[in-house]
Ligand binder design. Structure first.
Ligand code: ZN
Length: 132
């Protein structure tokens, strides 16, 4: 298992980790298979979406903040229930196919670590599975 270290600087933020994930694949000897990316945190997530226009990321965050209000009658005493809820909406893992030692991603797709309760030091776990 490999790890990517991510340092978030905002309360909520998308951080493009495509380059680091590609480096993990290229540093391995896997030519064909799958890459599993896993976020071991309950107030963060991972998603694949457009990386060309940063407005897409800020639009997603804006709507997530509307769907999940900062203030509500939350029971969780730690005070970060909105971050936990956003984490479950976005999800904690992604699978990406690897062909000829490269990710199978669309032209505009990037991989984003999603911070919902920053700033914090975070990790993304990467496991590679070779095709038989
Ligand atoms: Zn909490």
């Amino acid at each position: 298992m490999m790890k990517i270290s991510v340092k978030s600087r905002q309360k909520t933020e998308f951080i493009d980790i495509t380059r680091q994930a590609k480096e993990a694949v290229s540093s391995s000897d896997i030519k064909n298979g799958f890459c599993h990316l896993f976020v071991p945190h309950t107030t963060a997530g991972i998603t694949i979406n457009e990386s060309a226009d940063p407005s897409v990321q800020s639009d997603i965050l804006m709507i997530l903040n509307q769907i999940v209000p900062w203030k509500a009658d939350y029971g969780h005493m730690e005070g970060n229930s909105p971050a936990h809820i956003k984490s479950s909406i976005i999800g904690a893992s992604e699978w990406i196919a690897i062909e000829n030692a490269r990710f199978v991603l669309g032209t505009w797709q990037g991989i984003f670590f999603c911070e919902f309760d920053g700033p914090r030091n975070r990790n993304v776990h990467i496991n590679l599975l070779a095709a038989p």
